[in-house]
Design a protein around this ligand. Structure first.
Ligand SMILES: [Zn+2]
Length: 455
């Protein structure tokens, strides 16, 4: 299960103060929770491309933009599981992972919520009031798919929820859940740019403003309400799967494709532009009662390790525990191997003007951000400042650049980052199966991407 745009620190198990995630918290308490999981690019398409192929954006070519198809040359997790005899099914609610972009590689069935007419009987007005991509619908479709699975063969079911993605419009039942509660601080304001319809840096556009509201807390409460609604729907999915007899011997993995900047660093209700932890740090948990003991792993881990980990569990022979650029984390899942030297995470981000995008290296405590483009520098360390060094323990908000103060630490992390960046490019084994590169983009997909602010 993946939930779009879900930053780790808004979930109870990862330290949120509000009761946003009772279902996921219970799952985390019974499973192995990764406290410091990190995405490779904080935008839907590139993040899932990395996750499912276990390759870095700099090497798989899917950087920044939505709409770059996942090249057929890369093997995906679903392709590998399918080859191992698994039934592979997906229900997805975000057009950025539509079939047009080849994210269906390896799946026997691939349901895209926005392309399925839920009720031909609805009139235009009724249709406009319903969100075909809402979590309730994703759960319904996932349970339908699960009900049709062959019980004699193993299955891989990917369910992707979209709700916490902007605009923050939870269903009526949840809309005001956290408004005005004990954690609602009415003081901080959001500027609304009355001349532009969309904006993320320094202010929000007039189209992004809800009812003209200017309190930051109003938007935070709505974002949290989206999470709570999704959490309840995940609960309904898990209950439904149990009723179908699909609870036993099931490994459940939960994560997100990226977080969300909720006003930190003057960046509002967006992701992808910068490489702060608000957008890079995501929840990751493995729940498998009887096979995995409950625990918490505090070390950094990259989402490109997810596919190799699942493949090893599924019985694939991995050379030295590696698959593509990722590595199996089965040892850490079993509570061993924590504290190892490679507890670090590389990420990329930005608008990638002229190929100059942001690179970041996060260790347990220190983090280095390299911004080659002057426009990014203005938003991070200041113009002309290409390197920002943060102490995540002392300064979790990443507000104090220690680069000048700690030259040795800076030099060491720079060397690590260059070694990674200049490592020989990963070459995908040529996958001969064609996945139809360059498929035309469906009109419904284009409409959905526009409403999400991608286009
Ligand atoms: Zn996303």
């Amino acid at each position: 299960m993946t939930v779009d745009t879900l930053r780790a620190d808004r979930l109870g198990a990862w330290g949120a103060v509000r009761d946003t995630s009772p279902v996921l918290d219970a799952l985390a308490a019974e499973g192995m929770r990764f406290a410091a999981a990190q995405v490779q690019w904080p935008k839907t398409g590139p993040s899932f491309a990395s996750m499912f192929t276990a390759t870095y954006p700099k090497d798989n070519g899917i950087a920044r933009h939505v709409g770059i198809p996942l090249p057929c040359a890369f093997r995906t997790l679903a392709e590998e599981l399918s080859a191992l005899g698994y039934q592979t099914e997906a229900v997805v609610a975000n057009g950025a992972v539509g079939r047009e972009f080849n994210f269906d590689q390896g799946f026997d069935g691939y349901l895209e919520t926005w392309k399925i007419d839920e009720d031909p009987g609805l009139n235009r007005w009724q249709r406009a009031r319903r969100d075909p991509n809402r979590a309730g619908r994703v759960t319904d479709l996932a349970l339908e798919v699960a009900g049709r699975l062959d019980r004699d063969r193993p299955f891989f079911l990917w369910v992707h929820y979209l709700d916490p993605h902007a605009p923050y419009e939870p269903p009526r039942s949840h809309r005001d859940l956290f408004q005005g509660d004990a954690y609602f601080d009415p003081i901080p304001r959001v500027s609304i740019d009355s001349r532009r319809s969309r904006r993320e840096i320094g202010a929000i556009g007039k189209a992004d403003a809800v009812d003209g509201r200017e309190e930051l807390a109003f938007y935070l409460a709505r974002y949290d309400a989206e999470i709570r609604y999704t959490d309840e729907e995940i609960g309904r999915l898990l209950t439904g799967l149990a009723e179908l007899g699909l609870a036993r011997d099931r490994l459940t993995v939960f994560t997100s494709d990226h977080g969300e900047s909720l006003g930190e660093h003057n960046y509002f209700f967006g992701h992808g532009r910068l490489a702060f932890q608000t957008c890079l740090h995501v929840p990751l948990l493995f729940h498998w009662p009887g096979a995995l003991a409950p625990g918490v792993d505090e070390d950094p881990v990259e989402l490109i390790d997810l596919a190799p980990t699942l493949l090893e569990i599924a019985g694939q022979d991995l050379a030295a525990g590696r698959w593509a650029q990722g590595r199996s984390r089965v040892a850490r899942l079993r509570g061993r191997g924590a504290g190892s030297e490679d507890a670090r995470a590389f990420s990329e981000a930005g608008y990638a003007q002229h190929g100059k995008w942001i690179r970041a290296l996060r260790e347990r405590r220190m983090k280095l951000v390299y911004s080659p483009h002057p426009k990014d520098q203005q938003l991070i360390g200041g113009e002309g400042v290409a390197f920002a060094l943060y102490d995540l323990e002392a300064d979790p908000a990443e507000s104090v650049n220690l680069a000048a103060e700690r030259p040795e630490e800076l030099a060491r992390l720079k060397r690590e980052l260059w070694t990674w960046d200049r490592a020989p490019r990963f070459d995908a084994e040529t996958d001969t199966a064609s996945c139809g590169e360059g498929r035309p983009v469906d009109r419904d997909t284009e409409e959905l991407l526009r409403s999400l602010g991608y286009l």
